[in-house]
Design a protein. Structure first.
Length: 483
């Protein structure tokens, strides 16, 4: 005879506190609260969301549709399927019924939530102090109290808004939040909404949609289909290469950024780092924190395949711009090649519309060097080479902007042409304090030689260093004789 016993598996009340350890940074937590506001937009009406960040208080107030007493109570339920209570039939950003609770808990321990539905003279509020919550004797007591009160614009957290929701968090976990970091996060996280007319204001600063600096301000549309689902968006080529990781595709779901600078569709390399763009991907589930997608599904694998194919010519154009460094029209030619590959009619090379890399300062070894205060993008060409197993590799260097000033240089290697290019960062202290630009270029090349021998040719560090030392000895020999 089997012995059966039933157990109540209602979670301990501490869970409401523990979900605040959800690895949200403050900008991410605020972004998640804004997702709820965006889901609460009135039909055919832009929403305005006011965020205030102070040392001991963070508030978010919107003019969305607001919540009734019952809906507000259910909104505090973990994993609640809110569409059942609101009657919503539209796709929403919220998927797991955890975002608002996790975000509030990660920000602070005292919550005051006030909401007023459209056409209702009353507002409804919940005050929750997690420190008091944990003192409850009933560890399974998940009841909350929703207070109904006549709306008074003079005293209400909503002010004179006729509808909307206010969330005020105090007893903050982190009291050193910089509004600029939040603005930067939101400008990209909700770029589609901002472009469509929705407004987010942080400490009285209107958040502008993130802007891109693209060559010729050109974009190419993305319109793909995967198993009956649409992938829409665009891509373009940045005016500069990126060593800071800020390239690739920003992926949105329902207008909210889920994954920034995804590089699954292109090779992670400085050669590809001009490729930027955005896609809307509504049919693949985001992970719990909405900081990435579920990439184990067959649909994602198909998305990766079709997007890799879609971006192939853009990746090639990005690489082409690193070649033929003495050709002032190489950017325009790369764009033309991209248009031709995509079958765009009338693709011609126009000298009037082209924006080539400035090349007014071309210097060879032993020739007068440029002033460090000149334009940041200065090409330096040294026709040196290194021979390995009978293969001749051309070595050159140029000065360009790498946005991280702590990085003195990086390198590009093109395997087909066997060209190795060292890129010296004009934002670095090394460049800005040096008076011997040629010597800096040689040092950068010596580091590039080591890196390319190890990464691209598979040499051990000891062997790569030996070859580098021999090359460096020869490269500096003319300077020794000159002195």
């Amino acid at each position: 005879m089997s012995d059966k016993k039933s157990f109540n598996i209602v979670p301990d009340i501490r869970l409401l506190v523990d979900i605040g350890q959800a690895n949200y940074q403050v900008p991410e937590a605020i972004s998640e609260l804004i997702a709820n506001s965006m889901d609460a937009k009135l039909v055919d009406k832009e929403i305005t969301i006011d965020v205030e960040i102070a040392e001991n208080r963070i508030s978010l107030i919107d003019d969305g549709k607001g919540m009734s007493q019952n809906v507000l109570g259910e909104a505090l339920r973990l994993a609640a399927q809110m569409d059942q209570f609101t009657g919503n039939t539209q796709n929403r950003k919220g998927m797991y019924g955890l975002g608002m609770k996790a975000a509030c808990s990660s920000l602070g321990s005292h919550w005051n939530i006030v909401s007023k539905p459209q056409g209702d003279n009353y507002e409804y509020s919940i005050v929750l102090d997690l420190n008091e919550w944990l003192k409850k004797a009933d560890r399974q007591g998940w009841e909350v109290v929703v207070t109904k009160a006549l709306h008074d614009p003079k005293t209400s957290a909503l002010g004179n808004r006729e509808h909307g929701t206010a969330i005020i968090i105090t007893k903050l976990r982190d009291s050193e939040t910089f509004p600029t970091a939040v603005i930067e996060k939101l400008s990209m996280a909700y770029r589609p909404h901002l472009l469509a007319g929705d407004k987010i204001v942080v400490n009285q600063n209107l958040v502008s949609a993130k802007s891109y600096e693209l060559i010729d301000n050109r974009t190419w549309d993305i319109n793909l289909e995967v198993n009956g689902h649409k992938i829409t968006g665009w891509y373009g080529l940045d005016i500069r290469t990126h060593n800071d990781g800020n390239y690739g595709i920003n992926i949105y779901r329902q207008g909210q950024l889920v994954e920034a600078w995804n590089k699954d569709f292109l090779r992670q390399h400085l050669m590809s780092s001009r490729v930027v763009g955005e896609i809307e991907l509504p049919f693949i589930a985001a992970n719990f924190h909405k900081l990435g997608f579920n990439k184990s599904t067959e649909e994602w694998k198909i998305v990766k395949k079709v997007m890799t194919t879609e971006l192939k010519q853009a990746v090639k154009a990005s690489g082409d711009m690193a070649k033929n460094k003495q050709d002032p029209m190489r950017q325009a030619k790369a764009i033309k090649g991209l248009d031709i590959a995509l079958g765009i009619a009338g693709a011609t090379l126009s000298h009037q519309n082209a924006h080539p890399i400035p090349e007014s300062h071309v210097v060879e070894t032993g020739v007068e060097q440029p002033d460090a205060t000149q334009e940041s993008m200065i090409l330096i060409q040294t026709m040196n080479q290194i021979v390995l197993d009978g293969d001749v590799y051309s070595l050159s260097y140029k000065f360009d902007v790498i946005t991280d000033p702590t990085i003195p240089w990086d390198f590009l290697f093109e395997s087909k042409s066997k060209d190795l290019l060292a890129v010296i960062n004009t934002e670095s202290r090394l460049y800005q304090t040096s008076t011997d630009q040629e010597f800096v270029g040689i040092l950068a090349l010596s580091e590039a030689v080591v890196g390319f021998l190890i990464r691209d040719l598979g040499y051990t560090y000891a062997k790569a260093r030996e070859l580098r030392d021999n090359w460096l000895f020869d490269a500096l020999s003319s300077r020794v004789r000159a002195n």
